[in-house]
Design a protein around this ligand. Structure first.
Ligand code: SF4
Length: 214
């Protein structure tokens, strides 16, 4: 029987059973290879408005691609456009997430990053329930080693502090159907003081470069 856990007011259905440890950068940012995360409308606006700062950080082939194409594709997930992939990697990947490093250089590592990348491996299922993506849960099909609970003895509850802190904001902003402020340059601001469990990637430590979906 699946054990459930309430964290930050949200039910994360497999939190107590899940095992997860991000080993970025040792993994090379493999979750940004063929990731195609969906991006919300305000996230798209934020990226489009900041493209002059983002473009110089991208791989030459990604810059060339974006000179002829938008950064989203017609391929949809959750009813939303998804980020383009160039030569197997996310268009915004260049040895790491350029959206993460640009945001960090401006004092907010999550200023430009889609929430699905921030929250990974937390995700919502088709019924709107939050869960930890794991092999053996919700028909997980992505063969990332870090989604294999046998690869880590660490409880996800202990390693996903920042991610659990952000999903309450995600839930309110995108799924509560409440009125939200007009899109701002900072969509989801993470405050380390809001961390809800011990984390292995708090401020100052290397942070994963996560994607969201296959
Ligand atoms: S974290 Fe997300 S936006 Fe950044 S490179 Fe990876 S898939 Fe792309």
């Amino acid at each position: 029987m699946t054990r459930r856990a309430i964290v930050a007011g949200l039910d994360i259905i497999n939190l107590d059973a899940a095992r997860y440890e991000c080993v970025y950068p040792e993994c090379g940012g493999i979750c940004c290879k063929h990731p195609r995360p969906a991006v919300e409308s305000d996230e798209q606006q934020n990226l489009a408005a900041s493209m002059d700062k983002i473009l110089p950080r991208l791989r030459p082939e990604a810059q060339d691609y974006l000179s002829r194409n938008p950064f989203t594709t017609l391929r949809k997930k959750d009813g939303l456009p998804t980020l383009a992939v160039v030569d197997h990697w996310c268009v915004f990947f260049n040895g790491g997430c350029t959206l993460h490093t640009l945001g960090a250089s401006e004092g907010d590592r999550w200023k430009y990053k889609p929430w699905r990348c921030i929250a990974f491996p937390l995700d919502r299922d088709q019924n709107g329930n939050w869960y930890v993506r794991q092999h053996g849960t919700n028909d997980e099909a992505w063969d990332l080693f870090c989604l294999n609970p046998a690869q880590s003895p660490k409880p996800a509850r202990d390693t996903l502090g920042p991610e659990m802190a952000i999903i309450a904001k995600v839930e309110e902003r995108y799924f509560s159907h409440k009125a939200v402020p007009a899109a701002s340059s900072t969509l989801l601001r993470f405050d380390p003081a809001e961390t809800v469990a011990p984390a292995n990637n708090g401020d100052g430590a290397p942070t994963k470069c996560p994607a969201a979906n296959i």
